[in-house]
Design a protein around this ligand. Structure first.
Ligand code: JHZ
Length: 412
């Protein structure tokens, strides 16, 4: 039986003990641990949420690990397919890879953390063999249901060796929003090296720590996200496993993400040098860069509490949009509860009817907005701001306003 919670002994990448704390968000419940009203008696467990910087390899990381078996269990509620913007972003990624890599019926695309098949479906629809790997039973079953074969498993070097021994080696390995989630970072990257064909490519997306710090996206810090990556921290991680980071692209998705192209052969493009240079120039590789983060976070929290408190004092009714994991961090670490927010809406049917963890705010279908007519909607999924505001035109027509909390609370 794995331990539920552990404190790290050294850097998750290089093993150094030179970890400098940069932020503490106190003790928070698990961000995706939505509470089922039929079973949710008693308070949800809370775990410390402390962030540190490795002065050796510059990886930003959590100081604690909650066991993945606890995080990604049968109740894991995150399904990728509820955002049109994410679906479009993923489709573009797939079509470009098909074209660039000349993928066809003899190829194999493996996706790690393939969720509900939101991305692999683009390859499968074009006759390209795919294999999804995901430990969360709900999303994996949804993928199977649309014809995406999905192994219910945590990926690591052992599984990679099994696949390789079965003759399953990938032309393309995709790993989006998962590298930050794995406690055994080195084992995961070693597994990628094992399962990739010598001429294959791994395409990995992860939120960019520079965007997190610069835009004060502190709510994206939660127990699922163990690491917050820079290019400077990633180059040595891949190199340790015989892989070379050969191209870096930057996308706005999820508040700012890196797309990394990793291959066994070393032929870095200009973009890698550019990112490394810019990170050195801006100081991202130095702990000083992170010193003011904690007080900037406290200022955003204070300003949000003041704004919501004064609206409430004027008799306004406020609800939230998006039962996102980041919403749970925002509400719990800022202390925004049911006294300020009446309810939260979310399109994901697996979240509706449950409660946000910790402060226990009920989650409803977005259609409830037109009925309940709150004056303000706190945009907890601010990363999909444009998509959500467009979609909620009827609410706006009725006079409803949005509060965008990040990078600093603003009414739009
Ligand atoms: P969303 C996710 O975090 C999951 P979360 C994960 N932890 C990760 O690594 C990061 O992304 C990067 C809903 N919604 O995706 C859907 C609507 O209701 O920003 C979601 O529940 N209507 C693996 O959970 C939530 O909002 C809409 O129109 O913080 C968004 O959650 C749209 C667009 C979304 O991330």
């Amino acid at each position: 039986m794995p331990r539920v919670y552990e404190v790290v002994r050294g850097c998750r990448s290089c093993g150094s003990v030179a970890l400098e704390p940069i932020l503490s968000l106190g003790e928070t419940p698990l961000a995706d641990g939505l509470v089922d009203p039929s079973t949710g008696n008693g308070a949800e467990p809370r775990y410390p949420l402390d962030v540190a910087f490795c002065t050796e390899c510059s990886l930003v990381q959590l100081l604690e690990t909650v066991s993945p078996e606890v995080l990604f269990d049968e109740d894991y509620p995150y399904y990728s397919s509820f955002s049109d913007e994410l679906l479009e972003h993923s489709r573009d990624n797939a079509l470009r890879l098909i074209e660039e890599r000349g993928l066809d019926a003899r190829s194999l695309v493996i996706e790690l953390a393939s969720n509900d098949g939101y991305l692999l479906r683009n390859f499968a629809e074009r006759g390209i063999p795919v294999l999804g790997i995901d430990p969360a039973p709900g999303p994996a079953a949804a993928a199977d249901a649309i014809g995406i074969p999905t192994l219910r498993a945590f990926f690591g070097d052992d599984l990679a060796r099994e696949l390789r021994d079965q003759g399953k080696r990938a032309d393309v390995v995709i790993a989006n929003n998962v590298l930050a989630h794995v406690p055994d970072l080195n084992g995961f990257v070693a597994g990628i090296a094992t399962v990739l064909k010598p001429e294959g490519v791994a395409v990995i997306e992860a939120p960019y720590v520079k965007d997190l710090i610069d835009r004060c996206e502190f709510d994206t810090i939660y127990h699922e996200h163990l690491c917050y990556f820079s290019v400077s921290a990633l180059v040595p991680l891949f190199a340790r496993h015989g892989l070379s980071l050969n191209r870096v692209e930057h996308y706005p998705i999820h508040g700012g993400s890196l797309r990394l192209f990793i291959e066994p052969s070393e032929r870095p493009e200009e973009s890698v040098r550019r990112f490394l240079e810019e990170e050195r120039r801006s100081g991202l590789v130095d702990v000083e860069y992170y010193r003011a983060f904690s007080s900037r976070v406290a200022a955003v929290q204070e300003s949000l509490r003041t704004l919501l408190g004064s609206l409430k004092a004027e008799g306004k009714r406020i609800a939230g949009y998006g039962a996102a994991a980041k919403g749970a961090t925002l509400l719990n670490s800022t202390g925004v509860g049911g006294d300020l927010l009446d309810f939260v809406v979310d399109r994901n049917v697996h979240k509706q009817g449950k409660y946000m963890p910790g402060l226990r705010i009920p989650i409803r279908d977005p259609s409830h907005l037109l009925e309940a007519r709150p004056d303000y909607l706190l945009l907890l999924a601010w990363n999909f701001k444009d998509e959500i505001i467009r979609q909620q035109d009827a609410y706006r027509q009725q006079g409803g306003r949005f509060i965008v909390p990040i990078p600093s609370p603003t009414v739009v």
